[in-house]
Design a protein around this ligand. Structure first.
Ligand code: SF4
Length: 400
């Protein structure tokens, strides 16, 4: 394919082809197992699923750059993902979302860390600069972790905890082969005051469709126009595959959600994002959509040089960015506002019943973009819970 057609040089095109080829075939080259989780049921389950992969028991595993071996792409971030590390997770598993800040209007979300790192290759992925080791880490003491969730949520029985597992990974990217979420979904089905959100750019839902989820799990897709997916979200499912998976999940009784995040300011942004809204409703009824969030590209400044090296054809940083109150770089306010308005207006026209919110923005950004202007996290959460209570009363009884 000639360079002028793709915008990429030939070597970059070959690099991308290789990434795409790897997309559907994630297979670790080795599995490292912490002594402390050697006998955990999840460890045994995962080892059984990879009978031919070499396994090593380790203690206090630490990544060293020389572990990157002879990978032809010669990048530890690429090579590291070929190692699966089954780790004993210490500490607090359920935490308030790190987006929480006095100055930003957050949505009072909780995160549950089950996996760190992701087999997908989004050019803008913050994990490239954030994680201190590039292997894929599974927290294998799952029962202990979930017991912490039970204790935390039962201590406030009249609070609805919305809990997401997609903070340090994609919730479903590996789940067909690791099989973690069937346990988690069953567990949350028995907790009265929770909603679990599994956030993904994959299409792997078949193994979840027959589970007794009890209406307590929301499966959510991060979406972008197909043009952006092709150029910036390598190895992920294509838009039509994500939306087909959303249809299947909805038909199986799951509530679904969509995150327009990160929205990218690209030449065809107006038409691209409006059509994206329309495409979603071609596949899923608005009545099954629990919420929609909007967020624009943001990044920590150390990410840029990593992306320049790993994805030289990426266009995500070709714009004007300014630092936000949380230190992350963002598009200037005018650009963020017009991206939000464009999607919000389309959503309001086609499905005004779906609650929408901005992710990690100041209240001033909600003005002129959104139908409501909450000043803080409790106000924001109140709007969301009111909508959930009206539309899904059975799953939100703890609020009554
Ligand atoms: S799906 Fe999410 S976690 Fe995975 S590479 Fe993309 S941005 Fe990163």
């Amino acid at each position: 394919m000639p360079e002028q057609e793709t915008g990429y040089c030939l070597s970059f095109y070959q690099h991308c082809k290789k990434l795409i080829k790897q997309m559907f075939n994630y297979h670790p080259e080795r599995i490292l197992i912490d002594q402390a989780v050697a006998k955990e049921p999840l460890t045994e389950q995962i080892c059984q699923r990879f009978p031919d992969i070499p396994k090593t028991l380790v203690e206090n595993y630490a990544w060293h750059q020389e572990n990157s071996g002879t990978d032809p792409l010669w990048n530890p971030l690429t090579q590291g993902k070929k190692t699966l590390h089954l780790k004993y997770f210490q500490g607090t598993s359920i935490k308030a979302c790190p987006g929480f800040s006095e100055e930003l209007v957050c949505c009072n979300y909780f995160t549950l860390d089950l996996i760190e790192n992701c087999p997908f290759e989004c050019t803008y992925c913050i994990l490239q600069a954030f994680l201190n080791k590039p292997v894929i880490t599974v927290h294998a003491n799952l029962e202990e972790i979930l017991e912490q969730v039970r204790q935390r949520t039962s201590s406030q029985p009249n609070t609805l905890f919305r809990v997401g597992t997609g903070e340090h990974s994609d919730s479903l990217a590996l789940d067909q082969i690791l099989g973690i979420n069937p346990h988690v979904i069953r567990f949350f089905a028995g907790l009265p005051n929770t909603l679990l959100e599994l956030k993904t750019k994959s299409s792997h839902v078949e193994h979840l469709l027959d589970l007794p989820h009890g209406g307590k799990t929301v499966i959510a897709w991060s979406v972008n126009p197909e043009e952006i997916i092709k150029q910036e979200e390598f190895k992920t499912a294509r838009l039509n595959e994500r939306l087909e998976a959303a249809r299947m999940a909805s038909d199986a009784g799951y509530k679904v959600a969509f995150h327009f995040d990160p929205m990218i300011n690209y030449p065809d942004w107006k038409k691209g994002y409006q059509e994206l809204v329309d495409q979603i409703f071609d596949y899923v009824s608005p009545d099954r959509i629990a919420w929609v969030s909007l967020g624009t590209l943001r990044y920590i400044s150390s990410l840029k040089s990593i992306v320049d090296e790993r994805f030289p054809g990426s266009s995500v940083f070709l714009d004007e960015f300014v630092p936000g109150v949380d230190g992350k770089m963002r598009y200037i306010k005018k650009i963020r506002q017009r991206l939000y308005q464009n999607v919000q207006q389309r959503l309001e026209k086609l499905a005004p019943q779906i609650p929408t919110y901005l992710c990690m923005e100041k209240s001033s950004l909600w003005n002129n973009s959104m139908p409501h202007q909450p000043q803080n996290a409790p106000e924001m959460e109140g709007l969301l819970l009111k909508s959930l209570g009206e539309r899904f009363p059975e799953e939100t009884q703890c609020l009554m």
